[in-house]
Write a protein that binds this ligand. Structure first.
Ligand code: FDP
Length: 336
């Protein structure tokens, strides 16, 4: 009989649980399988977009005043349903909802919090560019006097897991529970995520920088100086530029090939555009776990204390070499 060895996402998370939490009852694995199910459903709709009625803008404007796509709303509903029915999720917080949704009030039953961006990069949908889902998982702190909704406001270091799914030329799920970063490719023939990238490491140095250069005149001086250095050819570095404008896809490339992705403060977005809780935090945990780094220019993203669910943050993420170079251009020393 031919040898057969298929390592699926479910099998991998159960093995991780046995290795690192032998006493666990499988609640966490059950939660992650809810995310994988939701992302398969969303991925299928993304693939059929030009054919289905889910194409185009919805009538709604989201909490940030942005035009929602029908698929943003659909993806949000799918995740709310798949995670809300697991029985162990206490709170769900999404880019598309102003406030966190309380699913199970009691922290001992609803022991997890999931924060997510259901469809990141969705302004690229109508031109067939890769989009993604990003998620971040926390444990409920419980037993304190805080309002339920504010339990979500934990630092990135407190994440128990984070990951994303990129709906690109293939559908790839990348996640970490703090024991390395692992990538799984959806095998459409069997409808299962199969381990394809074990223990991913970001190269210590890359040859690509990624930023929306159209805003460069509005960047702080240290960013402009760093950008100038990237293009100078000094240090035997011949950088190429790549910017998709879809965070998950831009980060996925940075994880695999190294280099740096930046969304600095701009004149239009003085605090940066990206969101701390459901964009920067999960990306930062993955980057650190893969040997890279993510900061807001001066502090590691994972150390920032969130004040609100939808707060924005400047994001610089990438290989150690490029991140060190960037910080050398920042006036204030980095507090790492
Ligand atoms: P989008 O608005 O299409 O959802 O935060 C959202 C995001 O995309 C990121 O995915 C992307 O990196 C960024 O915005 C792109 O912003 P710019 O168009 O300003 O470059």
């Amino acid at each position: 009989m031919p040898e057969y060895n298929i390592n699926t996402f479910s099998r991998h998370i159960v093995a991780e649980q046995q290795d690192h939490h032998p006493g666990a009852h499988g609640n966490f694995s059950w939660l992650l399988s809810g995310i994988s199910l939701a992302c398969k459903i969303i991925g299928e709709e993304v693939r059929r977009l030009g054919l289905s009625s889910a194409a185009g803008a919805s009538e709604g404007i989201n909490v940030h005043g942005e035009q929602q796509q029908k698929l943003d709303v659909y993806s949000n509903n799918v995740l709310m349903d798949c995670l809300g029915s697991r029985g162990n999720v206490g709170l769900l917080a999404s880019e598309e909802n102003e406030e966190p949704v309380v699913i199970v009030e009691h922290p001992e039953q609803g022991e997890y919090i999931v924060v997510f961006d259901p469809l990141d990069g969705s302004s690229n949908l109508d031109v067939n560019v890769s989009v993604g889902t990003i998620f971040s998982i926390f444990r409920r702190e419980g037993g304190n006097e805080k309002a339920l909704a504010s339990e979500v406001l934990q630092t990135g270091r407190q994440q128990v897991a984070a990951g994303y799914v990129v709906y690109g030329s293939s559908t790839v799920l990348v996640y970490t529970t703090g024991h390395g970063v692992h990538g799984f490719t959806l095998d459409p023939a069997i409808g299962t995520f199969v381990l394809s990238h074990r223990d991913m490491k970001m190269p210590p140095r890359g040859m690509i920088y990624s930023v929306n250069e159209a805003y460069a005149d509005g960047f702080p001086p240290y960013c402009r100086r760093f950008l100038h250095w990237l293009k100078s050819g000094e240090d035997e570095a011949l950088y190429r530029s790549r910017y998709i404008g879809s965070l998950v896809a831009d980060f996925h490339r940075t994880l695999l090939k190294g280099g740096i992705f930046m969304y600095p403060p701009t004149s239009f977005f003085p605090e940066g555009k990206l969101r701390l809780m459901y964009e920067a935090n999960p990306i930062a945990l993955l980057a650190e776990q893969a040997g890279g780094l993510a900061t807001n220019g001066t502090e590691p993203i994972l150390d920032l204390v969130p004040k609100t669910l939808h707060q924005r943050v400047p994001l610089f993420v990438g290989s150690r070499h490029e991140m060190d170079k960037l910080h050398a251009f920042v006036q204030r020393p980095l507090k790492v």
